[in-house]
Write a protein that binds this ligand. Structure first.
Ligand SMILES: [Zn+2]
Ligand SMILES: [Zn+2]
Length: 165
């Protein structure tokens, strides 16, 4: 079987599994699991770029043309308040969102600001305990590695070419 097809099928199954998790969590939290909320969550599940609320709005609008940016903001806030999604890097100036709730770190492209996930097991344990200020209770830590993504690191000529093709 063609390997690319395998990946798609597996990813598709995975999304349905996660959609079921989302619906269950909505019920637990007493949130109406509306069509709009499901479309929004699915868009975030399928996103691999840690989109901002505005970017998500653009994607959701394709499925629900009547949706407003305000509604998207409100639903995102509800999702965040109930731990249905996560937010990353508030210090980058804009809110960026993700559905990935497994422990992981981030690779950030300093040019285009795209964020990539780095599974937690790819990062060696960091010895933080001795260095903690007195009384600080560590709950979790996130590593953010900065660099250039493949697109931004590519020579300009190649980049122009790949944009045209
Ligand atoms: Zn980049
Ligand atoms: Zn992430």
């Amino acid at each position: 079987m063609h390997p690319v097809r395998d990946v798609r099928i597996e990813r598709g199954m995975d999304v349905e599994h996660k959609m079921q998790w989302f619906r269950n969590r909505c019920v637990e939290a007493g949130l109406p699991c509306t069509h709009q909320r499901q479309v929004l969550y699915r868009a975030l599940l399928e996103a691999e770029d840690h989109p901002s609320p505005e970017m998500l709005y653009e994607r959701v609008k394709r499925d629900i043309p009547s949706v407003s940016l305000g509604t998207v903001y409100r639903n995102i806030k509800t999702f965040l308040d109930n731990g249905l999604i996560g937010e990353v890097s508030l210090h980058h100036g804009s809110l960026r969102l993700e559905a990935n709730n497994a422990p992981h770190h981030h690779l950030v492209c300093r040019k285009c600001r795209t964020m990539f996930d780095l599974p937690a097991e790819q990062v060696e344990d960091i010895r933080l305990r001795q260095a903690l200020p007195n009384g600080f209770r560590l709950e979790r830590f996130v590593v953010e590695a900065h660099g250039l993504c493949a697109t931004c690191a590519a020579p300009k000529a190649r980049r122009t070419f790949s944009k045209l093709s």
